[in-house]
Write a protein that binds this ligand. Structure first.
Ligand SMILES: Cc1cc2nc3c(=O)[nH]c(=O)nc-3n(C[C@H](O)[C@H](O)[C@H](O)COP(=O)(O)O)c2cc1C
Length: 300
């Protein structure tokens, strides 16, 4: 039997598969179907210092090969997550990655500062796709200098490993990845959704503008992982359109140390356990002893 275990920031995860932030609620929702600790780690919904209501409906829209969402970062707030939901992960001994965001540097800092290290917290994952309300709403993740500054500031207020989750909506993602690394990021999550719109022909309206996820995103995310994982010496977590075991293998071979699964769960709530079982079978069938051995297998 081969090993699916992977090392991430000094912790051993039982497998390299996690949910993508915002696509598995607060973790407890999946319980009637499968145990949350099936995954290598659970990634929280994006948390902020104060709770947020999010956007009015419609907030999701199905597309031919993906979905558009405009949830608007609805969340219960970081304090409520830790008082109400975190004990469930402690009881299950399920490692957690805490995704968080802010609409200003102060909000990022106050959220990161409030999260105490715990043996089950693998890392903080900073969502850099957020609009900076003090800079006219331009996303933190769009300019290398802004990425460097915000990562460096957050790095200064937490001892936890710090992952920068990047938006692909930039001219040169490798340059942004380098800025995050030089600002002190310990890892990268690639990629967040791309901007998209839906048109309702019957009502002649644009019912929703938001972020596109799902299979359409996969080749974009693969390129980001392939290029950035060779440009910076820190682990990359791949995300974008992973629907099955074959997709997960592609991301690992492109250079991802671990993968996250989002939209696939909306299509098939068992997608993640199936991908994990599929990776196990693939190890056996290919005679590979250790899943980590294929990470970056495509690098020249
Ligand atoms: C409904 C929904 C909510 C999301 N919420 C967040 C979030 O709170 N924070 C974040 O960093 N990304 C969020 N994302 C982006 C996903 O984590 C992921 O980067 C993206 O969906 C691409 O992966 P996928 O194609 O497997 O869904 C969300 C995506 C969806 C579909």
């Amino acid at each position: 039997m081969g090993s699916l275990a992977v090392d991430l920031f000094g912790k051993t995860l039982k497998n390299p598969v996690m949910n993508a932030s915002g696509t598995l609620g607060y973790g407890v929702e999946i319980e009637p179907l499968w145990p949350v600790e099936t995954m290598g780690a659970y990634v929280t919904k994006g948390l902020s210092a104060a709770p947020h209501h999010g956007n009015p409906t419609p907030r999701v829209w199905e597309e031919r090969s993906g979905m558009i969402n405009s949830i608007g970062l609805q969340n219960v707030g970081v304090d409520r997550f830790f008082s109400h939901y975190f004990p469930f992960f402690v009881e299950r001994r399920c490692p957690v990655i805490v995704n968080f965001f802010g609409f200003s540097e102060e909000e990022y800092l106050s959220c990161a500062k409030s999260i105490e290290p715990h043996d089950l917290i693998v890392a903080l994952e900073m969502n850099l796709s957020c609009p900076n309300i003090k800079k006219g709403g331009i996303s933190f993740g769009k300019e290398a200098s802004a990425v460097h500054a915000i990562v460096r500031a957050v790095r200064g207020v937490t001892k936890l490993p710090l992952i920068a989750k990047l938006t692909p909506e930039v001219k040169n993602l490798v340059e942004i990845a380098r800025a995050a690394y030089e600002g002190g990021a310990d890892g990268l999550t690639l990629i967040n959704t791309v901007p998209a719109a839906a048109v309702d022909v019957k009502n002649r309206k644009v019912p929703l503008k938001g972020g596109l996820s799902g299979p359409l995103l996969k080749p974009v995310a693969l390129r980001a992982v392939h290029e950035c994982s060779q440009a910076v010496p820190i682990p990359v977590i791949g995300v974008g359109g992973i629907m099955n075991t074959g997709d997960a293998l592609e991301f690992l071979m492109a250079g991802a140390r671990a993968v996250q699964v989002g939209t696939a769960t909306f299509v098939d709530p068992f997608a993640m356990p199936k991908i994990i079982a599929g990776l196990d079978c693939w190890l056996d069938a290919s005679g590979c002893a250790d899943i980590s051995a294929i990470v970056g297998a495509t690098h020249g």
